[in-house]
Write a protein that binds this ligand. Structure first.
Ligand code: CP3
Length: 338
């Protein structure tokens, strides 16, 4: 069993630092692009055989964990807020959630009923990996999901999201509570289906001041994490632009805290506390730089971790589509000491 990833999550010593990458399956890989020429992203997510194929694609590069192929927005459809991925635009929610009545209509569903196809993928991938590589499940966090629901797509300033949060705190809390309960059940179901760790992506939460995070977000994230931690599988709590939120995120929960590249890993770990594991944090754009520069910077991240058990090497955020595959392979070899 290839278990250095799970051992590091538990802060146990490992032979070498484990490594995996957010968005390790995706457009930078020719075999992914070939499959995408025949199927939409949603089709891949909804057909477990295809989700399996894409999940396994990057593993030839030597990552220490597989991440389920799915998307953080999949729960929107069973909640009653369908969306599509518009070419070149990213996700578009057909009828954005803007009023108390819109929020009242959103459904809190059982995972097997609304997202049974994802759970089927988890079971299939686990069988196929056969204990050789651990499988990470995931979901989006309430703030990040709410931002798509409210804005109707990606946003640069989260204007409508913050407006709702400040002007209608009760409606906001109802919305966040509904998303949190959907996500709690969904992550629990992924674990029951065989996920050996789960990551909560709060990708856009760094847009908030600590005061707003604590008042309007933290209780909902805690609702999820404190419960999912009870399953005993490691829970990775990830966000970007979170240098000012780390202490509050630790309070919300997580076995492992994920940090981006905007803060040195050593300083982040000190703030998080060495009683938690840490995941991160090379700038993903370094994978588009000359490999010797990426190697030097990767070694600097390892030096920041200082050989303490409990470091999982990752990027500060996802791999971008322009990344050369060879650079990904070369970086993994650097981390493994090759
Ligand atoms: O390899 C993995 O990391 C697992 C699969 C995965 C996807 N999305 C597949 C995907 C994961 C973990 C996600 C998470 C996700 N999805 C996040 C949080 C992660 C992050 O980056 O912070 C967010 C915000 C989303 C929402 C989303 N999905 C957006 C904004 C987009 C469009 C932007 C883009 O890159 O085109 C997607 C599409 C998406 N999800 C792709 C992939 C591989 C793009 C590929 C395609 O169109 O084929």
């Amino acid at each position: 069993m290839h278990d250095r990833f799970l051992r590091a999550c538990r802060r146990e010593p490992t032979d070498v630092t484990p490594v995996w990458f957010m968005r390790q399956a995706g457009r930078y890989m020719p075999e992914y692009r070939a499959l995408r020429a025949k199927h939409t992203l949603i089709e891949i997510c909804k057909q477990p055989e295809l989700a399996l194929e894409v999940t396994l694609q990057p593993l030839r590069l030597g990552m220490d964990a597989a991440i389920l192929f799915a998307d953080i927005l999949l729960p929107l459809e069973p909640m009653g807020a369908p969306f599509e991925f518009a070419a070149g635009e990213g996700p578009v929610v057909k009828a954005p959630v803007r009023t108390r009545a819109d929020i009242d209509r959103l459904r809190v569903f059982e995972a097997e009923e609304g997202l049974g196809y994802v759970l089927e993928s988890v079971r299939l991938i686990r069988r196929e990996l056969d204990g050789k590589t651990p499988l990470i499940g995931f979901a989006g966090a309430p703030f990040t999901i709410a931002s798509y629901l409210i804005e109707g797509g990606k946003s640069s300033d989260y204007r409508r999201t913050k407006q709702l949060m400040w002007t209608e705190p009760e409606a906001w809390s109802l919305l966040m509570g509904k998303i949190a309960e959907v996500v709690r059940r969904y992550l629990r179901a992924q674990v029951a289906a065989g996920a050996q760790a789960v990551q909560l992506f709060d990708s856009w939460v760094g847009a908030l001041a600590p005061e707003d995070y604590r008042e309007h977000v933290l209780p909902h994230v805690r609702h999820i994490l404190k419960d999912v931690e009870q399953t005993g599988v490691p829970v990775i709590h990830f966000g970007t632009n979170t240098a000012t939120l780390l202490e509050a995120q630790v309070e919300a929960g997580g076995t492992v805290i994920g940090v981006d590249h905007r803060i040195p890993l050593g300083a982040a770990w000190q703030r998080i506390g060495h009683d938690k594991a840490i995941q991160g944090n090379l700038d993903p754009l370094l994978l588009c730089a000359p490999p010797e520069i990426a190697a030097r910077r990767a070694r600097a991240v390892l030096a920041e971790a200082g050989k303490r058990p409990g470091h999982i090497f990752n990027l500060g955020h996802g791999i971008i589509p322009e990344t050369p595959v060879d650079n990904v392979k070369a970086l993994i070899d650097v981390i493994h000491g090759g």
